[in-house]
Ligand binder design. Structure first.
Ligand code: ITT
Length: 198
């Protein structure tokens, strides 16, 4: 059994591999199909962009494909970086620069006003079927400096109150119990089971 994830982001790819491995499902990503061109993420919501990625790759491969569009929403920044999370500090994508930009924008903002949320939209595109989407969130706040070296992206600056640590201080297993991506994937359990049984 295998699923294809329409991502070129190595951090996401690793997480999908880990989460699906526990169910005996193999993951392939666009890192395995370097010949496939980039999909333009022209949508105005996470869901729209997840659908664009899933449908483009599903059509190219004529297979079921899952698209992931995700990011960080900071309340004091009116929800930014939001759908622009990957390129927040400009081209080329750079996780370190993106997190530094968020930290500097929140420099004088007190702890109580540093509320933030990770958001993940997943789209499942199956040839000849209507694409479906689900989403998951993870609530926390932005730290004043980086902590930890696990995970990817904004994980070093995202504090998870329940765990009392930065997301980047959690092990992969711990992150997959609480993350926005894991929470979205849980909503696909039944759908994926029935698709993969065929
Ligand atoms: P693909 O489109 O190829 O999947 P991308 O990196 O461009 O890769 P997105 O447009 O969905 O993907 O941008 C997601 C950004 O949000 C990503 O660059 C991270 O910085 C951030 N992000 C998403 N999930 C995250 C997580 O679990 N932990 C930390 N940061 C995350």
């Amino acid at each position: 059994k295998e699923v294809i994830i329409a991502t070129k982001n190595p951090g996401k790819a690793k997480e999908f591999e880990e989460i699906f491995a526990s169910r005996g499902i193999e993951v392939r990503t666009l890192l395995d199909f370097p010949e496939i061109p980039d999909v333009e993420e022209s949508g105005s919501t996470f869901e729209e962009n997840a659908v664009l990625k899933a449908e483009a790759i599903s059509q190219a491969l004529n297979k079921m494909v899952i698209g992931d569009d995700s990011g960080l929403m900071v309340k004091a920044l009116e929800g930014r970086p939001g759908i622009y999370s990957a390129r927040y500090a400009g081209e080329p994508k750079n996780d370190q620069k993106n997190t530094d930009k968020v930290l500097s924008e929140l420099k004088d903002v007190p702890e109580a006003e540093r509320t933030a949320r990770f958001y993940c939209a997943l789209a499942v595109a199956v040839p000849g079927q209507e694409t479906m989407t689900v989403s998951g969130t993870c609530e926390g706040r932005i730290l004043e400096e980086r902590r930890g070296s696990n995970g990817f992206g904004y994980d070093p600056v995202f504090y998870v109150p329940e765990q009392g640590v930065a997301m980047a201080e959690l092990s992969s297993d711990e992150k997959h119990k609480i993350s926005h991506r894991a929470n979205a994937l849980k909503k696909l359990d039944v759908v994926l089971d029935s698709i993969l049984k065929r």
